[in-house]
Each structure stands twice: as C-alpha cells, then as structure tokens.
Write a protein that binds this ligand. Sequence first.
Ligand SMILES: Cc1ncc(COP(=O)(O)O)c(C=O)c1O
Length: 344
Amino acid sequence: MNFQIDLRSDTVTRPSPAMRKAMARADVGDDVFGEDPTVNRLQERAAERMGKEAALFVPSGIMANQLAVRLLTHPGDEVIIEAQAHIFHYEAGAGAALSGIQFYPLPGHRGILEAVLVADAIRTDEYYLPPTRLICLENTHNRGGGTIYPLKKIRAIARMARERGVAMHLDGARIFNASVASGISPEAYARPFDTVSFCLSKGLGAPVGSLICTSRDRFPLLRRLRRMFGGGMRQAGILAAAGIYAMDHNVKRLAEDHANAKKLATALAELPGVSINPDHVETNIVIFDISRSRYSPPQAVEALKKKGVLVVPFGKTLLRAVTHLDVSAKDIAKSIEVFRKIFG
Ligand SMILES: Cc1ncc(COP(=O)(O)O)c(C=O)c1O
C-alpha cells in the first residue's frame, strides 16, 4: 500500500498553499476589542450570505450551536430536536451542562422531522410542564446521511413555531452542501430561523472556525455569551482569512464532493457485502450497512485501513465515508477498488 485515502470526515482537510498565503497576509487586531479587521470582514460576509444582520466568529461548530441554545433559552426550558441530531447526540451533554435545558428528541426520517410531530411535541402552557422554547434543525443532516432538509418542511415547522412563540435554530454546519446540491440559496434556508450556525472547517476546507448568524438586537448578548463560554479570540484574523478564502473559493466545488459521494455509493450498492440506496446520498456523506459481510464495523475499518482507505464505524452495522476537497475523483476510483476487495 502506498496511498492513504481519508474518508473519515470532511473535517480532515488541510489548508491549501493559497489558503495559507491568505492567512499569512491577514491584517489582524485584538478581536476581543472588536478590532480585528479580517474577523470583522468575515462576520459581515457571513451575515450577508445568510441574510442576517449580524454574525459572530467562534472556534467550533459545537460552540456556535451551544451559544444559540444558551441565547434562546433559560434553565428548565425544553428544546425540541431530532433524535439523531448532532446537538443532541455528539455535543457531550452541553445543552444540559451549559444551558440547563432538557431536550425532547423526536424520531425523524433520515434526520428530517414532520411539522405535525413537532406541533404535537410543543407543550401547553401548564405551570407544571417545561416550557418549549426552541426547535433545532440540522441541514444537511449528518447522521441522517447528509440529507438535505426540504425547504417546504422547514417552512411548515417555522410557521407553526412562530404561531406558538417558539424560537428556531439551524445547525447549518453543512448548509453550503445543502445549497450547492439543491440550488436553493443559504439565505433562503436560513430565513425561517432566529439563529443559524455554519462551519468553515468541514467541506469548505478551513482549518478552524464557525459562525453564528442572527439579528442585530441579539448580537450584544451573543457576544457576551461567547466571552462567558471562553470563545473570544485575539488576533483571530489569521483564522478568519482562511474562512474568507474558503467562502470565496471552496463553495461551488462542493458539487465535486457530491458527485464523488454518489459514485462511491453507486459502486458500493453493487457489492454483495454492502447494503445502501444510492438515491439516499444527496451530498457528501455515504452511510452504508455491512451486516451481510463477514466483518463487524471495527474489523472492516481495520481491513480497509490496511489497504489504504480510512472510514469510521457508525453504529452496530454501519460505516460512514465522507468526501471532501482533499479527495479527488481518482482517489474515489482507487477506494472503490479497495471496497471491492473487502466486500466483493
Ligand atoms: C452537523 C454538525 N454540527 C456541528 C458539528 C460540530 O462542529 P465542530 O466539530 O466544529 O465543533 C458537526 C461536526 O462534525 C456536525 O457534523
């Protein structure tokens, strides 16, 4: 083996020489004083792309999500969420620990919730019930398999939430994947939400950073909470420059990642040891079942690794492969050969 194709996550990308050049040249200042011109530029750009009045640069997607939860709730409130959502599943219990809320997880179909189910889950106004204060959606949906949230379904949930006085947050870690694949603008996806987070360090290829976008009146509290969470950075313009570069150069090309993911899924579907419906692969995440093979997920991960392909186990019978800007169409062709050897 003389190659290694890393399909574990789209977070594994390394900054390109051109991105590093932009970082090295960045004009910087102390962002805790609001004086970093590159951070300010990134925040303006992000707010504009999401159609919001303000945006705040934070170190991670999890911090962006948890700031939204803290911003829009009080301890004892309830937050409706899909049961496989990143905020519920992968954020180390932060909602309870940092905001004192409880989640009400609802079953979705590949991560997508129906408005009727959400409407039924909103509590009535009895003093002995937890007040439903927030609904969180995820677009694209990671554990759902990179599913794009249909805009119609988002709007139906948002309309009902507005009528019932419940706020809406979008975990848009991969909102640009949704946008490029569907042709719907990030702004249209973001409009129904009070807060929207998105990541620079996934498919867009920046080393660090996420943004949380919201209204002007919510911005001062958001900034105070970032301080409280320890997320205020100083000469962060070096990182923001990577983010600006990523937004300028790495959005449209996400279509290549989607095409690579589809190619991989179509090839996997032909292997006797694998079950997958390639129609379910809408963006850059490929989740497939290997229960018909002779491997458990950890064994399969090891066998694939020995042949130069890295993936992650994803539950009792599943593996996940993610395409990204450091994986070419040629790499995908090579990885398909490896999958054939293991599962063919
Ligand atoms: C849907 C989703 N939201 C949030 C995050 C968290 O991002 P970070 O790792 O930057 O905290 C991830 C990370 O994989 C994710 O997939």
